[in-house]
Design a protein around this ligand. Structure first.
Ligand code: DAH
Length: 348
């Protein structure tokens, strides 16, 4: 038996043994290099063919060629097997159990002021009012002049205003929307305007930005009792019960006569002289209102001899605090949810 033949069998055996141990594609590749690489065992055998005596070359050559073919076929076959196994393993790992409970998702919710805004707007829409809008950056003309507050008027001091260098301002109330709506829609008219307003104020009971809702009704022969009825209807629907209310004479340049509306304390109904909400007075001030001043009707390009109306302004933040038992105005504007929750009535 020629010496080379022994080597061929040894390489075949050692290849077969190695192949049995291959578990990964990397291991398989190492085996491929070990046998068929540049300095691989099979490669070296093929190279040494030339050194064989002539009469042995042909047989050994055939044998080596068939060994090379079978090595390549085996490598290919095992490679396919390993790849299939790996794919299967991956599929098993990635399988999703659709019956598993989800990790849960926290849901967002409307801010209490937004909720209040929607609730009151809904009630007013039920009474035939439409929602009107106006800009937050407003002109003095609409914010003051048209509302019967000329520049010399002491009432301008009532509202500390943020001015822009060009003389425009951040609206101090939603009342300018009264004028804009009258100019846009004419009479008769029923609108509400919820929105942000701004004043140079910042303490426990005032924020530089807060929310109001304006209401305006213009029609023929509007009486004071229509105003009273509308306000009571709105407040009772909002708080979900019939509350005592009282109208106090007040002053606003844009209404005559002017009132402020108080409702019975939603916390103690006037029975607790130490009540933290009404401070023992039994009453809560919730809105300013009155019969629209003829000058304001006129500024809206409506004839005050033919039409009159009433208007009101209501503080939405205060309404939200009263309804949801929020003790500090600043909690409404704080981003910390747990801090916010701690301000709720009955929170741990
Ligand atoms: N604009 C007033 C304020 O911000 C609130 C107000 C009072 C609005 C009387 C009205 C009104 O429409 O008639 O304090």
């Amino acid at each position: 038996m020629p010496e080379q033949e022994l080597n061929i069998n040894a390489v075949r055996d050692s290849f077969n043994e190695s192949l049995k141990t291959a578990r990964t594609l990397q291991e398989l590749d190492d085996i491929r290099v070990r046998f068929t690489g540049k300095k691989g065992e099979l490669t070296l055998l093929l190279r040494s063919l030339g050194k064989l005596p002539k009469e042995q070359r042909k047989d050994a050559g055939q044998e080596l060629n068939s060994l090379r073919d079978s090595i390549e076929a085996e490598l290919e076959k095992t490679g396919r097997k390993i790849r299939d196994e790996e794919n299967e393993k991956q599929e098993l790992n990635q399988r999703i159990d659709v019956t598993l409970p989800s990790k849960g998702r926290t849901m967002g919710a409307f801010h209490p002021v937004m909720q209040t805004m929607h609730e009151i707007a809904n009630i007013m829409q039920g009474l035939g009012y439409s929602v009107a809008e106006g800009p937050e950056q407003e002109e003095e003309f609409y914010n003051f002049e048209c509302l019967n507050i000329p520049s010399w008027h002491p009432a301008r001091d009532m509202q500390d205003t943020f001015y822009f260098p060009d003389g425009t301002l951040l609206r101090t109330h939603t009342s300018p929307v009264q004028i804009r709506s009258m100019l846009k829609y004419g009479a008769p008219l029923r609108i509400i305007c919820p929105g942000k307003v701004y004043r140079r104020d910042n303490d426990t009971t005032h924020s530089p930005m807060f929310n109001q809702m304006e209401g305006l009704l213009v029609d023929k022969d509007v009486s004071f009792s229509v105003m009273k009825g509308t306000m009571s209807e709105m407040l009772n629907a909002f708080f979900g019960r019939s509350l005592k209310s009282r109208f106090r004479a007040s002053y606003f340049p844009f209404t005559e006569p002017s009132m402020e509306l108080d409702i019975e304390c939603v916390e103690c109904s006037g029975h607790d002289e130490h009540c933290r909400v009404c401070h023992g007075t039994g009453w809560l001030e919730v809105a300013g209102m009155g019969m629209v001043h003829p000058n304001v009707i006129r500024a809206g390009k409506i004839d005050p001899d033919e039409y009159n109306g009433f208007a009101f302004g209501i503080g939405l933040d205060r309404m939200a605090m009263l309804k949801y038992g929020i003790s500090d105005l600043r909690l409404l504007f704080d981003g910390n949810v747990s801090y916010f929750m701690s301000g709720f009535k009955g929170a741990e």
